[in-house]
Design a protein around this ligand. Structure first.
Ligand code: FE
Length: 301
């Protein structure tokens, strides 16, 4: 059983920019770099949840999901194999580079490298935010949520639900947008999928949730001060009621920075909406790419 989003990894020629962007804008703690020079960022009690590897292009490298343990991860890996998908077991060194005890990895039907992990490490030192803030809402709800652009929504919906065990929270149909949102814990969604206009696999955004609305306002002020482009204005989503804005990261993908997301429970019944936002979330800096098209970094990382 997948229980939460554990971590996220990307490649970027601008990876060094994250040494300041991570702590000063987002509020993460900069921790020891990876063996390849990767910038590693901490959000909470876990050693590392976001890694930016040096690379020739901005690309998604991997998405890590917490399972309840090795046996559980093995059982999930078998289910994936039964779909005719090749599954690989990480070496001890590979697992150590993610600050976990072990993981299995595979490429999902849309081409994203998914990792099923167990034993995420917690260092003895407490989390120290990179700037004054109240911290991130993680814990049982994991790092946040990722939104993936997939070429075949029906195929990916079947895979994430029937094979990996994600639960549908709701569906938004808004003009050409047809998006599904899934939960694996109390967070309204840890994963969402939609078909991007290009029809190609792409990364839409990752969401980090701060512990207070003031942290979101402060992040907006810092974006203004440091010339970090915002790509959507402050707003509230219809479905998870998150108060958030979107910013453009140095690796060219978008980050949703929010507060106050809705919690769901086992009795949740999927809902349907005709809009993604109740108010706000107006598009800004439209010249910037909204979609980071998936290359092949994931198969090599
Ligand atoms: Fe989002």
């Amino acid at each position: 059983m997948i229980t939460s989003l554990a971590y996220f990894g990307v490649t970027s020629p601008n990876h060094k920019d994250w040494e300041t962007f991570g702590p000063e804008i987002l509020g993460c703690e900069l921790v020891q770099p990876g063996a390849d020079g990767a910038v590693r960022l901490r959000f909470d009690e876990m050693e590392c949840r976001l890694t930016i590897h040096p690379g020739e292009r901005n690309d998604v490298a991997y998405i890590g999901w917490t399972t309840t343990g090795e046996k559980d991860a093995e059982a999930l890996a078998e289910r994936v194999k039964a779909q005719g998908i090749a599954v690989h077991r990480a070496t001890t060194e590979q697992a150590a580079s993610r600050a976990v005890i072990g993981y299995f990895w595979f490429l999902d039907p849309a081409g994203f490298r998914q990792e099923l992990i167990w034993g995420q490490l917690r260092p003895r030192t407490p989390f120290r935010p990179g700037r004054a803030m109240s911290g991130f809402r993680t814990g049982d709800q994991g790092l946040g949520h990722v939104v993936l652009g997939v070429p075949d929504v029906a195929e990916s919906d079947r895979f994430y639900r029937d094979v990996l065990g994600f639960h549908l929270s709701d569906t938004v149909v808004d003009g050409p947008i047809h998006a599904h949102f899934y939960h694996v814990n109390g967070r309204h969604h840890s994963l969402a999928i939609a078909r991007p206009p290009s029809g190609k696999s792409s990364f839409l955004h990752i969401m980090f949730e701060a512990n207070s609305l003031d942290d979101v306002g402060t992040a907006m002020d810092l974006c203004e001060q440091h010339g970090v482009p915002m790509t959507r204005s402050l707003g509230v989503h219809t479905n998870d009621r998150m108060t958030s804005f979107y910013l453009h990261s140095p690796a060219e993908f978008r980050i949703e920075y929010g507060w106050g997301g809705l919690e769901v429970d086992d009795l949740w019944v999927p809902r349907y909406y005709d809009r993604t936002s109740a108010w706000g979330h107006h598009h800004l800096n439209k010249h910037l790419s909204h979609f980071l098209e998936l290359g092949d970094a994931g198969s090599k990382a």
